[in-house]
Every structure is written in C-alpha cells, then in structure tokens.
Design a protein. Structure first.
Length: 72
C-alpha cells in the first residue's frame, strides 16, 4: 500500500487513476529477495502496463530511469 500512496494511486507508466493497480518490483525478487519490501524497488502500475512490462516487447524498458525517478 505504501508504494501506491507514494505514487498518488496512479500508474507511473500511463498515469491512469481509478483503475486496478499493482505493485511491480523494479529489481526482481528472484534476483534479490532482500528488496521484496523496499519501497524504492517498487513502482505502481496498472494491470495493462504490468502485463506490458513482462512482455517480450517491453523488455528493453529503461529501468534506470525509473530507479532515478524514485530516489529521494
């Protein structure tokens, strides 16, 4: 819930509000379990954008930009 609150309950990719939201781990839990509850490793995304993130076409997305935008 904290990631949703931080992100204003809006998808941080398409900026939709009032839709079903999910928390996405920027660095996969399978890569670093210690980051599972780290707020900076999360981003709020809608269901549609979350599916795109995990699709083959979206694999080249610049996660460094997302990390930078979530830094304090």
């Amino acid at each position: 819930m904290n990631v949703f609150k931080r992100d204003g309950f809006a998808c941080q990719i398409c900026y939709k509000i009032g839709v079903y939201l999910e928390a996405h781990h920027i660095i996969r839990v399978s890569e670093n379990i210690d980051l599972i509850m780290v707020l900076k490793n999360g981003i709020t995304v809608c269901y549609e954008c979350h599916n795109q993130i995990h699709s083959k076409e979206f694999k080249q997305y610049n996660w460094e930009a997302l990390r930078a935008s979530n830094s304090p």
